[in-house]
Design a protein around this ligand. Sequence first.
Ligand SMILES: O=C(O)CCC(=O)C(=O)O
Ligand SMILES: [Fe+2]
Length: 392
Amino acid sequence: MATTTTITSVATILTDIQDRTDTTRVYYGSGGYRMSRPVLTGSDAKKTFDSIPTVDVANIYSSDLEVRRAIAREVAKACEEVGFFYAVNPPVSYEKMDAGLEIVKTFFRLPSEELLKLHVDNSQGVKGYLPFKFKDGSNRRASYSLGRDYTNPEQHFVTVAPPGTVSVNQWPEESLPEFRKVIYEYYQDVFQFARKMLQIFALALGLEETDLDEIFRYPLNDITMQYYPIQDLNEQSSISPHADYGGFTLLYQDQVGGLEVLNANGIWVPAPPKEHAYVVNTGSYMEVLSNGRFPATVHRAFGNTFCERFSLPFFFNPDPNSIIVPHPKLVAAGEKSAFESQNVSRRQIKGLMTNRPDHPFFKRLRELGLKEEDLTFDLVSKPIQDIVAMGS
Ligand SMILES: O=C(O)CCC(=O)C(=O)O
Ligand SMILES: [Fe+2]
């Protein structure tokens, strides 16, 4: 891998649609927002990465702080230069990783009438099944997501749901009853791993190991499984260029390949699969927390013409009650940060409203014309009659 400097300058949120014609920038989505970054070419081109680095995380639980710091140094280098790395030897049961991916495959092969019963339109939190179609009606890609849900006892880190709390997750209880158990078994392991990686990220930023824990105490965890069917050459199934909006992502992908990462000079670098390794990448909240040191790198993914592809990302996102600003220890005295503070709760709900303008729940929210300060993430688990009362 080439030695590098930090990949790009700060991303800007697009306000003007005309901006998208600028060929010196790359345009992408992040959490329902349209963003752009410069692509450096010609004399502006930088030394940048041409492959994805690997970090061995076998010793992240070592009792020796120096061992943990050594891993953190590698993570820091990867995050500054690339924004992506493979975590090999993760502390997640390989059986659970395999079982998770296997049941994802079984899930997406269920009859489409069973899958459509779980359509995201039924969930106030936009969780469940979402097919993406080509013009001819054939499947381009499909996803299934589950998120933070007070009513799921498996998420025992969240306190007991108050009476009347609405469930956001949907499960194939009849068509694939073991799905929930297998996925939650995997979830518990990968969540633990994420909590530990957060401490490694803190060390990587030169902070105390537990300095970021508070912001992720009750994290907005999310799993959005992706299914890329076999496609014709001219109709490739894909996820378009985006940067993950959250804290960081722990992606387990099958052995097919199709993920690509954009370097500073606008070249798409493949991130081919490695068995039982995670692809780890930082999201836009980490970009802010790190005061721009760990940028959220743009990536995309493709299906192909010879076999189906499946991926199983775990998104580790801050507590909705947190406000994200650059960590004070990372802002020099007198420095004005390039980042505005971000209210996670409001950003999440507004991102969903923008991303899903036709979703029945968000249509309803718009009609109710709630005040800005009432647009908080708890709306997704509130009974609709309580929300209607807020609007009147
Ligand atoms: O399927 C993949 O490899 C990538 C998925 C992804 O980038 C996402 O879900 O945010
Ligand atoms: Fe992504």
